[in-house]
Design a protein around this ligand. Sequence first.
Ligand SMILES: Nc1ncnc2c1ncn2[C@@H]1O[C@H](COP(=O)(O)OP(=O)(O)OP(=O)(O)O)[C@@H](O)[C@H]1O
Ligand SMILES: [Mg+2]
Length: 262
Amino acid sequence: MPSHAIEARGLDVGYGSRPVLRGVDLAIPHPSVSVIMGPNGAGKTTLLKASLGLARILSGEIRVLGVPVPGRLEEVRRRVAYVPQKEEVSWGVPLRVIDVALMARLIKKGPPRRPTREDVDAAEEALEFVDMLWARDRCFKKLSGGQQQRVLIARALASKPELLLLDEPLSAVDAESRRKIAEVLARLRDEKGVGSVVVTHDVNPLAPIADYVALLSEGRLVAAGPLAAALTPENLRKIYGPVAKVVEVGGICYAIVGDAHR
Ligand SMILES: Nc1ncnc2c1ncn2[C@@H]1O[C@H](COP(=O)(O)OP(=O)(O)OP(=O)(O)O)[C@@H](O)[C@H]1O
Ligand SMILES: [Mg+2]
């Protein structure tokens, strides 16, 4: 019985006692490429964090791959990989690409954290999957933003998750890497049955491959469903305001809101 990637019922989430997400009912299909959209502060990152037990569930329920959070959090963390916003990643020491790709696997071991042949094979296979194996021994920091993002996806894939949660993997990413990331997410779903939930301000690069979108505004779910059904001019104006300009391309509506980070 296939379970959902993320399933929420009457979900309130906060960091203190004040709810940041309120009354969210959601069932994201699995395996799928699903998108979470909404203005700054809408609660997109909070929804990903709640899925990993990193934000407080005040009421309601959330299940990830059918597994209740926070009840069976260890299982969730074993089966799900999180790709954080790039700005959240900073290391003092200069790391090679392969070192970054190995991190997620090493972190799960006790000291001394020495990679086995199996770890290296998994990291190299993941780098190959995102077309970054050519940069195996290069310095991570010297790569372009888009290349770094692909290495961070490889790091997540090296631990062989069933579901990826990605927070704005497309911002500050060159067009070539955007295209490659979209292709990687589609191939993960189609060839390996690995699903993705992607927070993004720009659905454009994912529109051809995405199955489902959830629109959040001010902590509430405004609409969710297949892109053509959920991305209506009415729903886009509900989340981005009445002045948002809406254009239709290939049966899907997009809001033009100037700077995505208004
Ligand atoms: N660690 C935290 N402690 C307290 N409040 C927080 C914390 N993180 C986020 N918030 C608040 O929760 C609300 C939702 O934040 P969240 O980061 O989920 O929004 P977002 O939709 O991801 O926005 P953005 O597009 O800017 O990334 C905001 O009002 C924010 O100020
Ligand atoms: Mg965010």
